[in-house]
Design a protein around this ligand. Structure first.
Ligand code: AQP
Length: 344
């Protein structure tokens, strides 16, 4: 069966979205709306996996992330925008996939190892099972393309493994149901593109920019104002050399590479173009230009987020409408999955 192209992606409402989320994923999501049928989700079920979330703050965070999506250009009329917990089919399919995925596959997931750290025994089962739920999020819509940052590559490989094993475990039932090529779930493609698929911390160029980093100086939040953005860029770690003229000159210089990559992504260009413009400049000059560009790009998004957040009832209405539309797409797929498995 040739699957109709469909895009799915999501972010966790676990705090302020940052420049990594924006450049690594959100900008791609917005572009893909003009070429694909898109479903964008606020993955609140995932949000409670790493640590306990205050319910009041979680509810607020869901609205804030919805506002960030819309302010960045996600159009809730054209695209389905909703929060995961409101469509029960995600959790239902995750359970079936829990019985498809193998323990050995999950044991290899590096994000669990990083997030659980040394206190593994104390990590939630949800954190361990996170990639299986992620596979269900994607496949419950039979999505074919998943725009994400580079850190999600391994989870998407697991999604493909789960789809393949399900298709193989139930091959007879799938054939009987008339899927001639034996594919009930598609093998989705990760869409990891552009110069900022892995935006690094402003304090340490070897660490991913992340919501959970204890240092707020490590990231630019989408809610940061003009002065805060400028201050964080000015304080960003750099090395003793200036800006090189060619990409080879960024090798072994993670902080310089990161700042040049951020500039390129904000400009919708390439690192090579940035180096042509700034090669030979001091970091002080480059940082000033980078701060101006980041402010110019993020300030309008920030203002729109504030405008949307002033009307939480409207955000709730958009999410409810999105959840109804998402459930309508997921329902026949989960029903057919259950039939294939032998339920009902
Ligand atoms: N630093 C990054 N560079 C590029 N892309 C990134 N993404 C996250 N960080 C970067 C992409 O953003 C999407 C949503 O991520 P998420 O919020 O669901 O979870 P995450 O990847 O765990 O993000 P964080 O900031 O690292 O959150 P915490 O600290 O809570 O774990 C994904 O497409 C991701 O690739």
């Amino acid at each position: 069966m040739a699957f109709a192209p469909r895009v799915f992606s999501g972010m966790q409402p676990t705090g302020n979205l940052h420049l990594g989320n924006y450049l690594g994923a959100l900008t791609r999501w917005v572009e893909m709306q003009s070429t694909h049928d898109c479903i964008y989700c606020i993955v609140d079920l995932h949000a409670i996996t790493a640590s306990w979330q205050d319910p009041k703050e979680l509810r607020q965070s869901i609205r804030d992330v919805a506002a960030a999506y819309i302010a960045s250009g996600v159009d809730p009329k054209r695209t389905i925008l909703f929060n995961q917990s409101q469509v029960a089919a995600h959790a239902e399919l995750a359970w079936i996939f829990n019985c498809t995925a193998r323990l050995g596959w999950l044991n290899r997931m590096t994000q669990f190892k990083e997030k659980a750290g040394k206190d593994r025994e104390n990590a939630s089962i949800g954190l361990y099972d996170y990639p299986v739920l992620m596979a269900a999020d994607i496949l419950v819509y039979r999505a074919t393309h998943v725009p994400v940052g580079d850190d999600q590559k391994q989870h998407l490989e697991l999604t493909r493994d789960i789809a393949q094993k399900f298709n193989s475990d139930y091959r007879e039932q799938i054939a009987e149901a008339g899927y001639a090529d034996g594919q009930f779930f598609p093998l989705c493609e990760p869409v990891i593109m552009g110069p900022a698929t892995r935006v690094m911390s402003l304090r340490d160029g070897t660490k991913k920019m992340s919501k959970s980093d204890v240092s707020d100086l490590s990231r630019i939040n989408m809610t940061d104002d003009h002065d805060t953005i400028a201050k964080k860029i000015q304080k960003a770690k750099t090395d003793m050399d200036g800006i090189p003229s060619e990409e080879a000159g960024l090798a072994g210089r993670p902080e310089a590479d990161n700042l040049v990559g951020i500039y390129a992504a904000l400009q919708n260009g390439s690192k090579a173009t940035v180096l042509t413009e700034f090669g030979g400049a001091q970091f002080s000059t480059f940082k000033k230009a980078l701060a101006d560009l980041a402010v110019a790009k993020l300030t309008p998004v920030n203002a729109e987020m504030r405008r949307l957040s002033a009307d939480p009832a409207e955000i709730d209405r958009i999410l409810k409408n999105g959840a109804e539309r998402a459930a309508a797409v997921a329902q026949p797929i989960i029903s057919e999955t259950k039939r294939l498995v032998g339920f009902g």
